[in-house]
Design a protein around this ligand. Structure first.
Ligand SMILES: [Fe+2]
Ligand SMILES: [Fe+2]
Length: 329
């Protein structure tokens, strides 16, 4: 296994910080026009709730772990996400210089929340872990990086840097657990099923999830990354991670690979095309970046920062993505 849980636990304990370590009486050093101020305030308001949803996933994993070290690591990850939520809330107020409107969380995200929370309590730990991994890769490779790059404000960048240090630990645990679930039978209070419609909360997830994810992830990314290059990178990375030999027995990885294989058949290709075009017609957001993960394109896009080598440790994979150094190995 490519990570020492005892060292990770030590890193979790030592890596704690407080939102009030920052001076929130300061005002932004960047001047933002009305559109940009409103965009970033809304992003951080939504982020406040996204972080809490990530927290529920870590809490669910902590509850499922029999190993006391892993249980405590996930307890700290949950607390990290609560802190990120508090930081996002404060960043919303920090950038709300002109009070153009009252910012409220995205309505679709709120509708999704009860289904999401119920689902993570009953879903298989491998699936819960896959959901965190996917969400954190989208956030850390794409969205948070794009937002931070376009906001050259020392205070907000310092806060995001602190958040990213925590996210590097989370991603290392996500990679570790992906391998762990491939090699170990975990206590499973839930189930793994490829049938998307066999549970009321799965149906709720499917009903509200696309709108929520579109509005809090994909639409902002379409504005910040109009070429879709960063999302293409996310998809290629996820696919490559799931094609590694050492994770192929993970039940969530098997589901992912089976679905990817279906969309690469001639019939599946047409189905995928229809779903993408319908999605674009309904939401106005182009999600063609998803096809960057098709196996015939993977090699074309190889670059150093996307090489997923089976020998790379969970910590190294996390450091590659976040660009921060962890002190656990
Ligand atoms: Fe977070
Ligand atoms: Fe996280």
């Amino acid at each position: 296994m490519s990570l020492d849980p005892n060292k990770m636990l030590e890193s979790c304990r030592n890596g704690q910080w407080d939102v009030d370590d920052f001076d929130w009486t300061k005002t932004p050093e960047v001047e933002l026009n009305k559109t940009i101020e409103m965009r970033f305030c809304q992003f951080y308001m939504d982020q406040c709730f996204i972080e809490r949803l990530a927290g529920t996933l870590f809490q669910a994993l902590s509850d499922r772990m029999d190993d006391p070290v892993l249980k405590e690591i996930y307890h700290w990850c949950h607390l990290d996400e609560i802190r990120h939520s508090q930081a996002a809330y404060k960043l919303c107020d920090y950038f709300d210089v002109n009070h153009y409107k009252l910012y409220t969380p995205n309505v679709s995200l709120l509708k999704l929340t009860p289904h999401f929370v119920n689902l993570v309590k009953t879903t298989h730990p491998a699936v819960a872990n896959a959901m965190i991994l996917g969400g954190e890769i989208i956030l850390d490779i794409a969205l948070l990086r794009a937002i931070n790059d376009s906001l050259p404000d020392p205070m907000s960048q310092a806060v995001v840097k602190k958040i990213n240090r925590d996210e590097a630990r989370h991603l290392a645990m996500d990679f570790f657990m992906t391998e762990y679930c491939a090699e170990n039978e975990l206590r499973n209070d839930g189930y793994v099923s490829a049938d998307l419609f066999d549970n009321a909360d799965r149906r709720g997830f499917l009903r509200y999830g696309p709108a929520a994810f579109n509005e809090v992830f994909f639409r902002p990314m379409a504005v910040l990354d109009p070429s879709g290059k960063q999302m293409e990178s996310v998809m290629r990375r996820l696919r490559k991670l799931n094609l590694r030999e050492n994770v192929k027995n993970n039940p969530a990885v098997k589901n992912f690979n089976n679905q990817a294989a279906f969309f690469e058949t001639p019939f599946g290709g047409w189905v995928g095309w229809g779903i993408r075009k319908t999605y674009q017609a309904v939401t106005g957001v182009n999600v063609d970046w998803i096809t960057a993960a098709s196996s015939d394109k993977l090699n074309l896009y190889d670059s150093d920062d996307e090489m997923i080598d089976a020998d790379r440790t969970a910590v190294q994979l996390a450091e590659d993505i976040v660009g921060e150094t962890l002190t656990t190995n």
